[in-house]
Design a protein around this ligand. Structure first.
Ligand SMILES: CSCCC(=O)C(=O)COP(=O)(O)O
Ligand SMILES: [Zn+2]
Length: 205
């Protein structure tokens, strides 16, 4: 049991890791997973663990600035991206990150966004009631400086009227959040489904 992480929270993160792994969205040690805890705390995966084989020992707690509660442990290298989503969206309760083939390949072939339009699955997103809607998914150049990357994400959010609950890092992976883990997983599945459709459609051209 990780200190300071309720058992149901640890179980939800472990189960999410297995589910992402079953879809082949977290190869090797890719991906990271977190859940917001009360009082400005976040339970998050430690860096370098396989997300399909997590146990409670592979989790730890950080604050909303990414500072570890347990100083000897190293949180996900991308912790600041999770913290950025929690700080910006008070309703966000869980954040997921994965590296699928579809999001990796597509993001290398596009500019600064991917438009998802005319998909029935768009209705999985808040406020969208019809396939005639669209989601404009921001795409950012990848950056090993995660604080700088988070600053770029925030600058784009500031410029957007409608902020979708996700974005893509070029050649790297996707970030998605939801009010809880179930909601984040549903959004991730919906986005990945549509990205896979785009991937096949473009490959067939
Ligand atoms: C081998 S994957 C490279 C790092 C990465 O992109 C990732 O998602 C996993 O990093 P973490 O520090 O969270 O394990
Ligand atoms: Zn990653």
């Amino acid at each position: 049991m990780s200190p300071g992480i309720p058992e149901d929270v640890a179980q939800a993160i472990v189960a999410a890791g297995r589910r992402l792994d079953q879809r082949n969205w977290v190869p090797a040690t890719a991906g990271n997973i977190s859940i917001r805890l009360p009082e400005g705390r976040v339970a998050i995966t430690r860096s370098g663990f396989h997300k399909g084989q997590l146990s409670a020992d592979a989790l730890m707690v950080v604050d909303l600035d990414g500072r570890p509660e347990q100083p000897g442990l190293r949180p996900s290298a991308e912790t600041l991206l999770h913290c950025g989503a929690y700080r910006r969206f008070p309703e966000a309760g869980a954040v997921l990150h994965g590296h699928s083939i579809a999001n990796t390949v597509l993001s290398r072939a596009v500019g600064d966004h991917i438009t998802l339009a005319r998909y029935e699955l768009l209705k999985a997103f808040p406020g969208l009631a019809t396939h005639e809607a669209e989601v404009v998914l921001p795409v950012f150049d990848n950056d090993q400086d995660i604080a700088r990357l988070q600053a770029a994400v925030e600058a784009r959010w500031d410029s957007m009227k409608e902020i979708p609950p996700g974005y893509v890092l070029r050649g790297h992976g996707i970030y998605v959040w939801g009010r809880d883990m179930d909601s984040a997983l549903i959004r991730m599945e919906a986005l990945e489904f549509m990205l896979e459709c785009e991937f096949h459609e473009r490959s067939a051209r």
